[in-house]
Design a protein around this ligand. Sequence first.
Ligand SMILES: *Cc1c(COP(=O)(O)O)cnc(C)c1O
Length: 368
Amino acid sequence: MSAADSLSENSLDARSPTPSTDVDEYGAQEYGLATIGVRAGQSRSPEGEHNDPIFTTSSFVFESAAQAKSRFVDDAEGNVYSRFTNPTVRTFEERLAALEGGRHGTGTASGMAAILSVGLTTLKAGDHVVASSSLFGSTVTLLKKTFARFGVTTTFVPLSDLEAWRNAITPNTRLLYAETPSNPLCELCDIEALSELAKSSGALLAIDNCFCTPVLQRPLEFGADIVIHSATKFLDGQGRCVGGAIVHNSDELKDELVGFMRSAGPAMSPFNAWVFLKGLETLKIRMREHCASTQTLAEWLVLHPAVAKVHYPGLLDHPQHDLAVKQQSGFGGVLSFEVKGSRDDAWTVVDNTKIISITANLDRKSVV
Ligand SMILES: *Cc1c(COP(=O)(O)O)cnc(C)c1O
């Protein structure tokens, strides 16, 4: 029996039922992820459209000066300007939050804008971050260069080494930051163990869930405080738009993010939000297909005489296969492998692939 068979079809839904969410009725646990991905967050306009509309408007009209004042100054409900809120972006935020089992979502201009926004709303000068050393390259640069300039220091630790995380914590540590599984070696961290560590040290745990998506892993259910996405990757899944998102359960962080988006402005465009909404509608079936074809490819590569090593959590000899079974409901759409020989030999393989694109994105036809 292959490892893929050990996960039943149904278990490709996230493992546990959705916890309470006030996002909307579709976040409730009687709906499956496929339904939530199509329906959550939709609010029809008086036109009664079936599909989600795109609100391509930069500002919104007020009925009176008094209404303008109450929305601008008193934070009354209602749209003002698309840097603050936009109905299409809000639908995306609510749908993704419902998929992650979270109460609040914020769409951002890119995945990096999401990470920047989390840093700037949760950290201040003098604070310390413990981060995995296996992070997306721009995230490392952001922590090492940009945040450091503002007095936030970071210690990088091996992703799967819980003792190293524990030892790196200082009295000033306010944020633990990880991607799991990592790119490209597909290492994992135990989200539940890291969340306990974060709680006992007064820090928040943020997980970049880009590789799994909520279809395969819902970090909030294992105690993570913040989930981050590059919507550019599997959420779109078709290589069309750049965007990002933040999902969490904290009313306090929600207020911080609303204020931050309004004054700093890394907002998602309504057109991109609409494209991502269409991506979310097919996310579950795409992720299921990604898992199946990546497992087949991994098992084929293992037997290939020119391949030295395959990194994929769905292989039984992956060092953290059991952890993947515990916290993921599928092994994901990304693998990496090492070919025997030199770097030139590896590049020869890359240059001779057919159909596959050599590109910097994750979707069903990329090699990076
Ligand atoms: C691509 C990526 C990001 C950055 O997202 P952008 O949308 O490109 O800004 C962050 N984290 C991971 C894991 C990524 O793969």
